[in-house]
Write a protein that binds this ligand. Structure first.
Ligand code: SF4
Length: 277
């Protein structure tokens, strides 16, 4: 370097991330620090029933596609839920059993709407890509082959029924679509949210500009989180990872070690996040 050249900051390495990691930064930088920066990570609170419920349903749907075509029946889907049922977080055995049967019925009904003879090109398939700041990877619930294009399918088990607007505005789905297209070298611009309890399908067909906007947004979030992580080994970690207290604090795994989060509202019971029925 000649004396006249201004000193350039060292380039940051690519930020390794998933959609969850990016969204955690957006929701609360302190939570991001607890989950991804601090080692050892602070102890988490007790497990949540709604996560057990969601994971059980996802696992059953994954296994259903592994069955021989002739045995992919709605009843088999329900049975897979029962076999792999996760019991963590429920108030008691009675509540867990009721939800197990409810989930078995929901997953079975959802399976009845599927073409059991189809072969998705991916089930819980990991896709990845790089951008200016990101080394992105994520696991797609299902990638459907619809002839001349692929479709990203994301299962939803939550309380609210997703809309097409949710599918359009989801940064995660747009990143999945782009990563699927690059990983599998086939066009992929359609994303779908399949709400298993109601059978509702919300969908959006992105264009390249829409995907590019979401990718730019993800890049900016990743760069911000990366800068904080690079600077975050000083003593004032709150400056780099400020808390964002709000309604989410009641559901935060790190509420017990966060004064601002505890002040934001009451703790939620481990089963309170189960969908209303
Ligand atoms: S309790 Fe709230 S403020 Fe604290 S880390 Fe969790 S989300 Fe952030």
């Amino acid at each position: 370097m000649t004396p006249e050249q201004p000193e350039q900051p060292a380039p940051l390495r690519l930020f390794t991330c998933s959609p969850t990691k990016l969204n955690t930064w957006v929701d609360c930088p302190r939570r991001f620090r607890f989950a991804y920066v601090d080692r050892p990570s602070p102890p988490k609170g007790p497990p949540w029933a709604h996560l057990s419920y969601g994971t059980s349903a996802h696992n059953a749907l994954r296994s259903w596609w592994d069955l021989p075509v002739g045995t992919r029946t709605p009843a088999a889907a329900g049975e897979l839920v029962r076999e792999g049922w996760l019991t963590d977080g429920y108030r008691d055995e009675d509540q867990s059993t009721k939800w197990r049967e409810r989930a078995a019925e929901q997953v079975g009904h959802y399976a009845s709407t599927l073409d059991a003879t189809a072969e998705p090109v991916g089930v819980e398939r990991t896709v990845g890509m790089r951008s200016e700041h990101l080394a992105f990877s994520g696991r797609v619930d299902r990638i459907d082959d619809r002839g001349d294009h692929l479709v990203v399918v994301d299962y939803k088990l939550g309380r609210s029924v997703p809309t097409d607007t949710d599918a359009r505005s989801s940064m995660a789905l747009a990143l999945y679509a782009e990563a699927t297209q690059r990983t599998m070298r086939r066009p992929c611009r359609r994303v779908e949210l399949h709400h298993v309890p109601s059978g509702t399908v919300a969908a959006w067909e992105h264009d390249d500009d829409g995907v590019a906007r979401q990718l730019a947004r993800a890049d900016a979030i990743g760069a911000e989180a990366q800068r904080a992580t690079a600077a975050g080994d000083n003593e004032d970690s709150d400056a780099d990872f400020p808390p964002a207290p709000g309604p989410l604090c009641g559901w935060c795994d790190f509420r017990a070690v966060c004064d601002e989060g505890r002040a934001a509202g009451p703790a939620r019971a481990a089963w309170e996040g189960l969908p209303r029925v």
